[in-house]
Design a binder for this molecule. Structure first.
Ligand code: GDP
Ligand code: GDP
Ligand code: MG
Length: 380
């Protein structure tokens, strides 16, 4: 037999053993601390260091303190608020446009043209921009708006309508009797792996047990990068041989997650150019293979907010290959094009659920329409 296969088999066996050990440790820690929600966070070092013959009942105080050294992420709630300054700074193109509207004593046609231009520059998109301006102009006229406070209120209301607070933005996190399965897709360098790592932290902060699938098998470094995130925060990482079949890794991650009683399995995939048909087909296959054993509950498309219209073109192609259920918009800290939130939701008909606001481990927030609009309007 091929020695590569034997090594792969051994690796898989070790992963299965590690996950079983982790599952037992979770119970043990839960019993000790009587805080099962916290205990689920604390398993990573055991996964990395577990001796194959070590039994959970041998757990010593030293083991326990090692367990407790896993990083505890910031709580998920209120993150966007905490990151608001960053968000507001990054969205100052919209801010400037609105400021022009506010500060001009008389609202002339050329003022409105200027507003239109800045909203377009912010990637709000032609349709939404015209819609917003038409509604604002009408309301300014009908309501006889004169004070900056009143205009600000109108802006807040109309922007919120555009961002659409009625969309369901919950990340599918747990499902009765089996782990929720989240597939993360997108073009190279958009921030998939980083987002998977940050998302794992968010879920773990929420008290979940998380298994990550390193289905980016093109580069060993990709799986290492994910492993680093997993180790830091306490998520088991299922990997395959370099150059192996990504569908097989995804399949194994979901199976192992189910066997280990995980709440959520998050699968990282290789970046692919939306113009390469073969790779896009492969992505469809990853999803189909996973679906042989479990529904895929969430397909998150990771989009780099700085890529603007090109990002929208990518989004369309991905949507046609795998049914996207949510968007993770990364690098919103580095762009003045926050309008892309509205544009991409319109384009795909699915909500932005997560936003990346930096490279730090806790710089990922659940998207909140009200907070977002406040960041745009609040400081004017
Ligand atoms: P094909 O290669 O295009 O024919 O696609 P397959 O449906 O055969 O799946 C490709 C890979 O996914 C295989 O090499 C398997 O490793 C994995 N796979 C697919 N279905 C299963 C399954 O039912 N069990 C396991 N363990 N792996 C599967
Ligand atoms: P992948 O190829 O899609 O897996 O992308 P990676 O996760 O490896 O990320 C590519 C680069 O983008 C890395 O340097 C990340 O730190 C960076 N990145 C990811 N998300 C954000 C974000 O929200 N803000 C900033 N400023 N950088 C980010
Ligand atoms: Mg990656």
């Amino acid at each position: 037999m091929n020695s590569g296969l034997i090594y792969a088999g051994i690796a898989l066996l070790i992963i299965v053993i590690a996950v079983v050990v982790v599952l037992m440790l979770r119970r043990r820690v839960a019993a000790i601390t009587e805080q099962p929600q916290v205990a689920t966070v604390d398993v990573a070092p055991v996964i990395s260091d577990a001796p194959d013959d070590g039994l959970p009942s041998d757990l010593t105080d030293a083991d326990l303190s090692a367990i407790l050294e896993v990083e505890i992420p910031d709580a998920a709630a209120g993150r966007l608020h905490r990151l608001r300054a960053r968000l507001a700074r990054s969205n100052n193109a919209i801010g400037k446009g609105l400021l022009a509207l506010l500060s001009s004593g008389e609202l002339t046609d050329s003022t409105w043209d200027e507003v239109e231009e800045t909203l377009l520059t912010a990637d709000l998109g032609v349709g939404p921009t015209h819609e917003l301006i038409a509604r604002l102009r009408t309301r300014v006229k009908v309501e006889g708006v004169t004070t900056p406070e009143h205009i600000k209120m109108l802006l807040r209301e109309e922007l919120l309508t555009l961002v659409d607070p009625t969309l369901d933005r919950d990340i599918m996190m747990s499902v009765d009797g089996r782990p929720a399965v989240i597939l993360v897709v997108g073009v190279n360098g958009t921030g998939k792996t980083t987002t998977v790592g940050k998302l794992a932290r968010l879920l773990i902060a929420d008290g979940q047990a998380v298994v990550l699938g390193a289905a980016d098998t093109f580069r060993a470094a990709a799986a290492d990068q994910l492993q680093t995130w997993g180790d830091r925060v306490g998520a088991a990482v299922v990997r395959g041989p370099e150059g192996g079949d990504p569908a097989a890794v995804a399949f194994d991650a979901v199976r192992i997650g189910a066997e280990a009683g995980a709440d959520t399995v998050v699968i990282d995939t290789a970046g692919r150019l939306h113009t390469k048909t073969g790779l896009m087909d492969e992505l469809g296959k990853v999803k189909r293979v996973v679906e042989k054993q479990s529904p895929v509950d969430e397909v998150l498309l990771v989009l780099d907010a700085t890529t603007g219209q090109n990002g929208l073109a990518q989004a369309r192609v991905f949507r046609d290959v795998v049914a996207i259920t949510g968007i993770a918009l990364t690098k919103l800290d580095g762009t003045a094009r926050g309008g892309i939130v509205v544009a991409v939701q319109r384009e795909l008909g699915v909500p932005v659920k997560l936003v990346g606001l930096g490279e730090g481990p806790d710089d990922l927030a659940l998207f909140d329409p009200v907070e977002f609009v406040e960041a745009l309007v609040g400081d004017l």
